[in-house]
Design a protein around this ligand. Structure first.
Ligand SMILES: C[S@@+](CC[C@H](N)C(=O)[O-])C[C@H]1O[C@@H](n2cnc3c(N)ncnc32)[C@H](O)[C@@H]1O
Length: 282
């Protein structure tokens, strides 16, 4: 494990954590998600709300999508825990605060947060400094999806029971990974026990994005590239959106019983994301 003194938060995880806090501070209630613990983990300078990427109006659609996806994933984890699924794996967890905000539910699960060693060491340090600590049911698993030991081996070593189902979430991560790393991760997920659920976000190739969403999407790509991501590896314009990055999973017979694609512009996506997020951010 690296020296915590040199650990730094991941800038992309900081941005989405600050957007979640902005939602509470500038959007009208009722809020889609109330998360200011991420802000406390970041502990930014007083002027953080004046950052260009925090502009309340210019970034309201990003903010809406971030809180909507976080709420969607959280509801999914809670729903499945109610059905007896007791393992929740968050890939590229960043400054996710489900464990701190919903301890009554989270403590009934085993929550595995996977993230790069350096930012995760920083999060561990901040959780301890803020008095949340690292409870026994919360497992922080340091992994680089692009290098080093496999995330799966690390997960199992951290106590994951491969014979039991799990909810696996991956939001805002694929755009920072190479295609090879994402496909390898998905193939591993395809081997999860029956009854498992994967919820992930991914970016469509630009030509498939609705024209009115393209400027925002181009800005997201800019953020991703600045953070060392690989947005152009996300997909090929010649393939239908269903075919990437879920293709390797769906093509395996018997792997996936039900697949649901929720885009912001699909009718189902509008119902799930639009109604909640529009209520307060748009
Ligand atoms: C935009 S943040 C999303 C965080 C969180 N999932 C959320 O929605 O708030 C992207 C996360 O992916 C993680 N990440 C990026 N590249 C990674 C890699 N190669 N291995 C492990 N994690 C990675 C970053 O450290 C960061 O926490």
């Amino acid at each position: 494990m690296q020296d915590e003194g040199t650990a730094a938060a991941d800038s992309t995880a900081v941005r989405v954590a600050l957007w979640r806090a902005m939602h509470v501070q500038v959007d009208s209630p009722p809020h889609v998600l109330e998360d200011e613990i991420g802000l406390r983990l970041v502990a930014p300078d007083d002027g953080w709300r004046r950052r260009g990427d925090m502009d309340p109006r210019a970034t309201r659609l990003f903010r809406a999508s971030i809180v909507a996806r976080a709420r969607f994933i959280e509801d999914l984890a809670v729903e499945h825990s109610g059905r007896g699924v007791s393992q929740y794996v968050i890939l590229g967890a960043g400054l996710d605060t489900f464990a701190q905000r919903r301890p009554a539910i989270a403590s009934g699960l085993r929550v595995f947060e996977i993230d790069q060693p350096r930012p995760q060491a920083r999060k561990r340090q901040r959780l301890i400094e803020l008095g949340f600590g690292i409870p026994e049911w919360l497992r922080l698993v340091p992994v680089d999806f692009e290098a080093g030991p496999s995330w799966w081996d690390r997960l199992v070593t951290a106590g994951f029971d491969a014979g039991q189902p799990a909810v696996v979430a991956s939001t805002g991560v694929a755009m920072y990974l190479t295609r090879d790393a994402t496909v390898a991760t998905l193939l591993q997920i395809a081997a999860l026990a029956t009854g498992s659920t994967l919820a992930m976000t991914f970016m469509l190739p630009l030509p498939l994005v609705e024209p009115e969403e393209r400027p925002g999407r181009q800005a997201t790509e800019k953020f991703a590239r600045a953070a060392g991501g690989h947005p152009s590896s996300a997909s090929s314009p010649r393939r239908r959106c269903w075919h990437w990055p879920t293709k390797p999973v769906f093509e395996r017979p018997g792997t996936c019983r039900q697949a649901v694609l929720l885009s912001a512009t699909s009718p189902a996506g509008r119902m799930v994301f639009g109604r909640q997020a529009q209520r307060s951010c748009w």
